[in-house]
Ligand binder design. Structure first.
Ligand code: ARG
Length: 450
């Protein structure tokens, strides 16, 4: 059933139907019915329809909602979209009075309402999932204790840090991703119902009543903006994409860690895959696919921005395409958070000790503490490192004589500072790579999550 037969003498061409009808909005079914219940209640309360008619509509909508929730709702090939399907079903259940539901409403404000209801719930679900992943990272950080690894810059070993410090960097990135979703929430939480087709109505609708009954924090101020804008959708999808990018960076590291050359971690059998040819392989496919799927979610952001850029006000059918992109982005993120979370929880860490060359900056800072200008200290330690490296040795292999030769203010006891563990233990910067900092961060993260 279409909602617009009156002025047409011919029915729709099969090709028109095939090209214009997109069933991806079917997942808005319960939201559509809940929005319709609020609309019908407002129509009765404002006296636009009688209270008997209002009660009939509610009776029918309760039945449609039950069918929607139990999965028994039967779609018909003739339903142009989810809104048409609900009205068609309502008509089957309660007859002519169903025709009163769409009073003062258009699919233009209706589809916007459905999307906003959907995205409010999706935001809450993604927030819980991100929080869970942060908690999983904290748990792993606690589990690995004071294990020391190298931090990397340019994929070259840089300084000695607790492995926990490295893992918690991702926890902080995810906390910002979470914050971004929460920040976008009030821009989703605005009711567009009552905006109608584009300009509102000559009927005495009460948009604030429907907004309140649906729990919206605010109501549209401009009907044309309400039905013609999708920045809230694009913003949600950006939040998904940025979170995917965080997961993708973590994934890239997990792939490296699992590799023989790094050998930092082994992931559980249940979270890795085998090779059809090479019996020895245990592949980190989840992490690789998170990386790959991130590309497609970035594509969704591009799609939503492009969708808006040339659109005149108000509603244009182009906007129907927003649903595919937002559902794809949200579904992909939801599954990625869950799957990668499982993989993180299954990790066993056993990183090899980094080269003692990661203590080079420590040695320079020891000299600085004795009054040597940093530039001269850097030069002296650089010379020492070059000599040792030429002989296939690292800083921990230096002799007291070599230290003294590198700089007269170095003493034999300085050799004790030249192990990765000693380096991490000597770190004092707040927020730096030390166990004190790790303990503080875990406390701060728990506070933020609480
Ligand atoms: N299926 C449409 C969409 O998703 C609903 C709004 C249709 N409005 C209209 N005037 N054709 O955007």
């Amino acid at each position: 059933m279409t909602l617009w037969g009156g002025r047409f003498e011919e029915g729709p061409a099969e090709l028109l139907w095939r090209f214009t009808v997109d069933h991806s909005d079917r997942r808005l079914l319960t939201d559509d019915v809940i929005g319709s219940q609020a609309h019908a209640a407002m129509l009765a309360e404002t006296g636009i329809i009688s209270s008997e008619e209002g009660a009939e509509l509610q009776r029918g909508l309760v039945a449609v909602l039950a069918e929607a929730e139990s999965g028994e709702f039967a779609w018909s090939e003739g339903d142009e979209d989810v809104h048409s399907a609900v009205e068609r079903r309502l008509y089957e259940l309660i007859g002519e009075v169903a025709g009163k539901l769409h009073t003062g409403r258009s699919r233009n404000d209706q589809v916007c309402l459905d999307l906003r209801l959907y995205l409010r719930r999706a935001t809450e679900e993604r927030a819980v999932q991100i929080t869970d992943l942060v908690k999983a990272l904290i748990a792993v950080a606690e589990e690995v204790g004071d294990t020391v690894v190298a931090s990397y810059t340019h994929v070259q070993q840089a300084q000695a840090v607790p492995l926990a410090h490295h893992l918690l960097a991702y926890a902080w990135m995810l906390v910002r991703d979470l914050d971004r979703f929460l920040d976008a929430y009030p821009r989703i939480d605005v009711s567009p119902l009552g905006a109608g087709a584009s300009a509102g109505s000559r009927l005495p609708l009460d948009p604030s009543q429907t907004a309140e009954s649906l729990g919206f924090a605010s109501v549209f101020a401009n009907s044309m903006d309400a039905v013609g804008s999708r920045d809230f959708v694009a913003e949600y999808v950006f939040c998904c994409a940025q979170t995917m990018v965080t997961l993708s960076r973590l994934s890239e590291e997990m792939v490296l860690w699992a590799g023989d050359e790094f050998g930092w971690a082994t992931f559980g059998d249940a979270y890795t895959t085998g090779s059809s040819a090479m019996p020895q392989k245990k592949n980190p496919d989840i992490a690789e696919l998170v990386r790959g799927k991130t590309a497609t979610v970035i594509g969704d952001v591009t799609a939503l921005l492009s969708l808006q850029k040339g659109l005149p006000l108000t509603y244009n059918r182009d906007l129907q395409e927003d649903k595919r992109a937002v559902f794809h982005a949200d579904d992909t993120l939801a599954l990625a958070l869950a799957a990668l979370g499982g993989m993180v929880e299954s990790a066993q860490f056993h990183p090899p000790e980094p080269s003692s060359m990661v203590t080079a900056l420590d040695l320079a800072e020891i000299l600085v503490a004795r009054g040597v200008p940093f530039r001269s200290a850097h030069e002296a330690v650089g010379g020492l490192v070059a000599g040792l490296a030429a002989g296939g040795r690292a800083l921990a292999d230096a002799t007291a004589g070599e230290l003294a030769a590198a700089h007269p203010q170095l003493v034999p006891e300085d050799l004790d500072a030249l192990t990765p563990a000693a380096s991490a233990a000597a770190r004092v910067t707040p927020g730096g790579g030390s166990m004190e900092s790790v303990a503080k961060q875990i406390e701060q993260l728990r506070e933020v999550l609480g």
